[in-house]
Design a protein around this ligand. Structure first.
Ligand code: ADP
Ligand code: NI
Length: 215
């Protein structure tokens, strides 16, 4: 099969598999990661077939959608083989998505440029205007408040408080989102992350002023 055809087949496959999933990994998350990965991949001179396939397929093996992660990964490998993708492409894509979905430890070690690009694109989707929207959507779905000025930062909580306590959408910026720009692998993604970081900083500043009726 030609490159473009495999990519379009992957897009259809992901649409069918993920459908209306509302856990933050719906098809439109995949779509954004795909577009961003293409952009970074072009700028960094990466192999775009591998980048696009890995971006499109990176959440299909998620354990929330499968019996286990291993079952999910086997499903993706089988799908790629049925499309007639080259063995080297299959191996490379599988390496990227298994590293990305690995939950229990260090996910930072992407071995190849293509892996670095897709990981950057996935992390960028947690930043900026889209990242803000996803954070509040996720928080609402979990029954968390948007903001609670009395909430202790997690770093100041005891283990027990941490276990019981709910966080807030605003707290998630400090726990994770404002740290992500330091974790970008590629120079192009670093620049994108800078822009998105500034959007979040400006948002938080405005948010606190509005909270006190100052603006
Ligand atoms: P991913 O694996 O793509 O990073 P997650 O499942 O961790 O995604 O999160 C999905 C979205 O919800 C992301 O935008 C993330 O920033 C946001 N999110 C994750 N945990 C929290 C939380 N405790 N509070 C608010 N938003 C969260
Ligand atoms: Ni993702």
């Amino acid at each position: 099969m030609k490159q473009r055809e495999i990519i379009l087949a992957a897009e259809r496959y992901v649409q069918e598999e993920l459908g209306q999933d509302s856990s933050g990994h719906d098809y439109w998350h995949i779509y954004r990661v795909w577009q961003t990965a293409k952009k970074i991949g072009e700028a960094e001179g990466a192999d775009l077939l591998v980048v696009e396939l890995a971006a499109l397929l990176h959440d299909i093996a998620d354990e929330k959608l499968n019996e286990s992660e291993a079952v999910g990964l086997a499903k993706v490998r089988g799908w790629l083989a049925r499309q007639g993708a080259d063995e080297a492409v299959i191996e490379h894509v599988m390496e990227i998505i298994s590293t990305m979905s690995f939950k229990g430890g260090d996910r930072s070690g992407m071995r190849t440029l293509e892996g670095a690009v897709v990981q950057d694109a996935d992390r960028l989707d947690a930043l900026g205007a889209v990242g803000i929207a996803r954070t509040f959507a996720y928080s609402g779905a979990k029954g968390q408040l948007a903001h609670d000025p009395h909430l202790k930062p997690r770093t100041a909580m005891t283990r027990e408080e941490y276990r019981k306590g709910k966080s807030t959408a605003i707290n998630h910026f400090y726990e994770k989102l404002l740290k992500l720009k330091e974790l970008m692998n590629t120079p192009y993604a670093k620049r994108m992350a800078e822009g998105r970081h500034q959007v979040m900083e400006a948002f938080l500043e405005q948010f606190y002023e509005e909270w006190e009726g100052k603006r």
